[in-house]
Ligand binder design. Structure first.
Ligand SMILES: Cc1cc2nc3c(=O)[nH]c(=O)nc-3n(C[C@H](O)[C@H](O)[C@H](O)COP(=O)(O)OP(=O)(O)OC[C@H]3O[C@@H](n4cnc5c(N)ncnc54)[C@H](O)[C@@H]3O)c2cc1C
Ligand SMILES: *[C@@H]1O[C@H](CO)[C@@H](O)[C@H](O)[C@H]1NC(C)=O
Ligand SMILES: *[C@@H]1O[C@H](CO)[C@@H](O)[C@H](O)[C@H]1NC(C)=O
Length: 620
């Protein structure tokens, strides 16, 4: 008879489990995604004493030299250990996208074909857009370039929302808070020296050597951009994170700063999270790796019962296992993991990045009503802006082959082209003996020992018409991502890129023997003299531009803006207990590189969330 008793007990336990699904553990905060948005935030919340669960789809590669040594960034972005491949569109015109030289095709035999002439049976994948699923997010595979937005890119949030805490002069404090500057003398007001994010610069003493071809190009570039060629060797050490009123209008060389320490070790949220876990203070931070969040859970009881009440985020549903997301090249078809739920007594913060945060919101019932209805996702809140407003820097490069190796260090230049719409500089470029032409499996192409390139990042794109939309209600599926490059005022942005190319190309002429003439490969085969018109260059950039700084898909906006997803405190509009903190929150593309700005935004979010917690009282 003991048998029966036992099975009766088991049966009733199962019934209980069914009625109240395994929602066992409760944390104060749950943060989804450990990149520049979510990683530092989770650490900050735990350090303030709140129990915090940080959920990350990837693993921890902090000790892996591919990731830990910043010089391996190309290898890191190609590495299947962490890579999520999104295959994106650049426009609504498939014929136009087919002209992108690095389109990628699945050959069916486990290899990719990259190019314009695929084998007959190959299946088009699209334009590769790598992301890193790993503790620390894309800050673990990026080049670590650390750069600040123009003041206007912060101030626009003040204009949109009235919240003065977003003013550029106030945002500087967050850089100071997180920064551990290793390249400026101690005590400069613009910088922080005891934060968790190491910043450093390269040794630019090469620029003192006048006989290097790179120095000759540098001096000519100085002349062409209104700088003193005689001062070029000093200007290449100018502080790119400098503070000042007219900085955004300044055309100058700089020393490129990276989020790495002076020994070449990458610095990212990974370090901060690990330091928080290892701290003797035993902060209440729990990190759950290899776990895919499938949706946010809401309590709709009050909203249904009381007029004016809104749904409240109470936790997340998750699926445990590695490589569950179909963007992961290691994903095996049909693989699933155990599904469970975790509760948040205070808040859920979604920080999955510009592609995944809008996807998670939509899967949870927060997004454009018609799109959710199409996939039979019960509507929690109709928010038409979720997944829209996708923006990115337009990037393009000039590539040449020298008659001999072009000895040079890295020239970093921020400048304004003649037709830029405001007085602000609009191009961030870096030139040197490398090649960078965008992303595809196996990038970049090595063009031999004489390759020389200027890579350009265009700032302030006039169009943010891209979107991230669901292809299904399956959380393991990738969404449909279309950047719709150059959709609005594209001609103007393309003209600015062509103007920039003209200036850089002109400077190459000064390279001298034995490397001159530099034989341009693109945008103009043979250079400007070989019938390279503005129109031809614009056409080249329109078809070949690439990008890797996606932002703005859950944008902060004003109360009267129906496309606003967040208020100025990162709260998702129309629900309670839910925020989005990552690069998707920026209403406009923040300068040339989003990584440092996103970490600043994360530090601000921590402060805003903790201020709210203090108001509500610590006890839950
Ligand atoms: C190849 C490359 C190079 C770059 N180089 C630079 C550079 O030099 N300088 C610069 O400033 N910027 C660079 N960037 C961009 C920069 O790294 C990103 O803008 C930045 O990391 C964005 O931070 P985020 O927190 O918004 O998102 P992410 O960094 O994408 O982090 C999101 C995290 O959430 C996790 N996640 C997503 N969905 C889920 C889910 N459902 N469940 C659990 N976890 C989830 C992901 O695994 C990821 O770890 C580069 C980007 C790429 C791809
Ligand atoms: C300058 O560069 C040239 C060419 O590489 C090299 O031969 C020379 O030694 C360098 N001079 C100094 C002072 O480093
Ligand atoms: C609230 O109403 C919606 C729509 O009718 C329903 O799907 C949901 O289950 C309700 N919530 C509760 C807690 O009853």
């Amino acid at each position: 008879m003991r048998y029966r008793l036992l099975s009766a007990l088991v049966a009733s336990a199962a019934a209980v489990a069914k009625a109240a699904p395994a929602a066992t553990t409760t944390y104060d905060y749950i943060v989804v995604g450990s990149g520049p948005g979510g990683g530092p935030l989770a650490a900050d919340l735990a350090r303030a004493g709140y129990s915090t669960l940080l959920i990350e789809a990837g693993g921890d590669e902090g000790d892996n030299p591919t990731y830990a040594d910043i010089g391996n960034f190309n290898e890191a972005a190609n590495d299947e250990t962490t890579r999520w491949d999104f295959w994106v569109k650049h426009s609504d015109d498939p014929a136009r996208d087919l002209k992108f030289q690095h389109n990628t095709w699945d050959t069916g035999d486990g290899t990719f074909y990259v190019g314009l002439d695929p084998p007959a049976d190959a299946k088009l994948l699209g334009i590769q857009y790598p992301r890193a699923a790993v503790l620390g997010g894309c800050a673990m595979h990026n080049a670590g370039v650390c750069s600040l937005p123009a003041d206007d890119d912060w101030d626009i949030i003040v204009k949109k929302t009235g919240d003065k805490s977003w003013a550029a002069e106030n945002m500087r404090q967050y850089l100071k808070k997180i920064e551990k500057n290793e390249y400026r003398p101690a005590g400069e007001a613009a910088h922080g020296y005891d934060g968790w994010l190491a910043t450093s610069v390269a040794d630019n003493s090469w620029a003192k050597n006048d006989s290097l071809p790179g120095t000759k190009i540098l001096k000519e570039l100085a002349r062409l951009t209104g700088q003193d060629p005689a001062d070029a060797a000093n200007l290449v050490n100018r502080d790119i994170l400098e503070e000042g009123k007219k900085v955004d209008e300044t055309t100058s060389f700089y020393n490129m700063a990276t989020h790495a320490n002076s020994k070449g070790k990458r610095s990212s949220p990974n370090n901060y999270i690990r330091a928080t876990l290892a701290d003797p203070a035993k902060y209440p931070l729990t990190v759950k790796l290899h776990t895919l969040v499938t949706r946010v859970l809401f309590d709709t009881t009050a909203a249904n019962a009381t007029k004016g009440a809104v749904p409240r985020a109470i936790g997340v549903e998750l699926m445990e296992g590695a490589s569950l997301y179909k963007a992961d090249p290691k994903h095996a078809a049909g693989t699933k993991g155990p599904v469970s739920q975790v509760l948040a007594a205070r808040e859920v913060i979604v920080s999955g990045g510009a592609f995944n945060s809008p996807q998670i919101l939509k899967l949870s019932g927060v997004g454009p009503a018609a799109e959710l209805a199409k996939f039979k996702i019960p509507l929690v809140k109709d928010l038409p802006g979720v997944g829209e407003n996708l923006g990115d820097n337009y990037e393009g490069s000039l590539l040449a082959l020298g008659a001999a190796p072009v000895e040079s260090g890295l020239i970093t230049l921020l400048f304004r082209t003649p037709s830029a719409p405001t007085k602000k500089r609009n191009i961030y470029t870096w030139c040197g003996a490398f090649s960078f032409e965008g992303f595809w499996p196996g990038f970049p192409t090595y063009h031999g020992p004489t390759q020389y390139s200027c890579a350009m990042v265009h700032m302030g794109p006039k169009s943010q018409a891209g979107s991230v939309r669901l292809l299904s209600a399956d959380p393991q599926d990738k969404p449909d991502i279309n950047f719709r490059f150059f959709e609005h005022d594209g001609d103007k942005d393309l003209h600015e890129l062509a103007e920039a190319a003209d200036i850089l190309r002109e400077a190459w002429k000064a390279a001298g023997a034995p490397v001159a003439p530099l034989a341009e490969q693109h945008p103009c085969l043979g250079g400007k003299d070989a019938k390279c018109t503005d129109a031809a260059q614009a056409e080249y950039f329109k078809l070949q531009a690439y990008s890797h700084h996606a932002t703005s898909t859950c944008a902060i906006g004003g109360d009267d803006d129906k496309m606003a997803v967040l208020d100025s405190k990162f709260r998702v509009r129309g629900v309670r207990g839910l925020r989005v903190v990552d690069a998707s929150a920026f209403p406009v593309v923040p300068g040339a590189f989003p990584s440092c700005p996103t970490m600043m935004l994360s530090a601000k979010a921590a402060e805003d969330i903790l201020a709210d917690a203090k108001k509500e009282g610590k006890a839950c």
